[in-house]
Design a protein around this ligand. Structure first.
Ligand code: ATR
Length: 279
C-alpha cells in the first residue's frame, strides 16, 4: 500500500466504530487498484460529531461513511443532500468538495445492486412486498421499493406504532401490519424482506411460517451473520429464490469509493472471502 504526502484520505465515523467492516472493504480496493490513499476508522462520540464535521475540509479529507448513531445528525450538518438522503433524513456517505459537505444515502442502492447481481431480471415493479422491521434499514428499503414501482408494501413490526410511523411517512402504498399476522400477510406477496435482527447470530430466531408464500417470491434477509439464516434455508428448501445480506453490505460501499478515489470498484471473490473471514 502506498501512502505518500498526496494520499487521498477517507474513512468512517461511528460510536462505536470498531465493528465496522468498511475499513476492510475500502482498503482491499485501495490495495487492489494501487491507489495512493487510505480509509480509516474515526471513533467520534455524539458530543463531538458537529465539531469533527466542521474540521473535515481543513484536514483535507475526501469524505466519510457515517454509521450508527450519527446518520441523522450528519444529515443536519450537510451543505447539500441528494434525494436518497433527503427522503430518509439520514446520510451514510459524505463527499467533501470545495469546502462543502455533500451527503447521500447508499443503503437502498446497495440493496438493489446486490439483488440485481444475483437475479438480473427480477423486478418488484407492479408487485407486493412484505417487509419485517421498521428501523433505519427498513426505511431505506421502503424508499427504494417505491422508486422501483412497488404497488403495496406491508410493514410488519413488533412495535406496531413504528410500522404506522413508516406508513404515515411514505404514504398509502405502505400498510402497517401487526407482528402476530406476519405469516398470513405473506399470501400474494412477491417479495419477503427481513430487516429485523431476528436470526442474527446471538439473537432469537425469526419465527414465521412460509406456507402461504408463493414459491416464486423472492426472500431477502439483510442479516449477514450467519450468511445463511434459517429464514433463507427454509425458503431455499421450498424452492424460493433467496438472497442474504452480504451483497448489500458490499454494494453500499461502492458510491463512496467511486467519489473519493475516482474508481468504480469491483466486488470480486477475494473481497467476499476477505470480509467473510472477519464475520
Ligand atoms: P436498524 O436501524 O438497523 O433497522 P433497529 O432500528 O434497531 O435497527 O430495528 C431493529 C428491528 O428489529 C426493529 O424493527 C425491531 O422491532 P421493534 O421496532 O419492535 O423494536 C426488530 N426486532 C428486534 N428484536 C425483535 C424481536 N425479538 N421480535 C420482533 N422484532 C424484533
Amino acid at each position: 500500500m502506498t501512502i505518500s504526502g498526496k494520499a487521498v484520505v477517507a474513512g468512517i465515523c461511528g460510536w462505536p466504530v470498531f465493528h465496522s467492516r468498511s475499513p476492510i472493504i475500502h482498503n482491499y480496493w485501495i490495495q487492489k487498484y494501487g491507489i495512493d490513499g487510505a480509509y480509516v476508522p474515526f471513533s467520534i462520540s455524539p458530543g463531538n460529531i458537529e465539531k469533527s464535521f466542521r474540521t473535515l475540509d481543513s484536514l483535507g479529507i475526501a469524505g466519510l461513511n457515517v454509521t450508527v448513531p450519527h446518520k441523522e445528525k450528519a444529515f443536519q450538518l450537510m451543505d447539500e443532500v441528494d434525494e436518497s438522503a433527503q427522503e430518509l433524513r439520514a446520510v451514510n456517505t459524505v463527499f467533501i468538495q470545495n469546502g462543502r459537505l455533500l451527503g447521500t444515502n447508499t443503503d437502498a442502492f446497495g440493496f438493489f445492486e446486490a439483488l440485481r447481481e444475483n437475479y438480473r431480471c427480477w423486478s418488484i415493479r407492479g408487485g407486493k412486498a412484505v417487509l419485517l422491521g421498521a428501523g433505519g434499514a427498513a426505511r431505506s428499503i421502503v424508499s427504494g421499493l417505491l422508486r422501483e414501482g412497488v404497488v403495496e408494501v406491508f410493514i410488519v413490526n413488533r412495535t406496531f406504532e413504528r410500522a404506522e410511523m413508516v406508513a404515515s411517512e411514505f404514504g398509502s402504498t405502505i400498510k402497517p401490519v401487526k407482528w402476530s399476522a406476519r405469516s398470513e400477510v405473506l399470501d400474494g406477496a412477491n417479495m419477503l424482506i427481513n430487516t429485523t435482527s431476528l436470526g442474527m447470530e446471538g439473537q432469537p430466531p425469526l419465527e414465521i411460517s412460509l406456507d402461504l408464500l408463493d414459491r416464486e417470491a423472492l426472500v431477502y434477509d439483510i442479516v449477514y451473520v450467519p450468511l445463511e439464516t434459517s429464514l433463507l434455508r427454509t425458503a431455499k428448501d421450498r424452492g424460493n429464490p433467496v438472497i442474504g445480506g452480504l451483497g448489500m453490505l458490499l454494494h453500499q460501499a461502492r458510491p463512496g469509493f467511486r467519489g473519493w478515489f475516482q474508481r468504480d470498484p469491483e466486488i470480486d471473490t477475494a473481497l467476499r472471502e476477505t470480509v467473510l473471514k472477519t464475520l
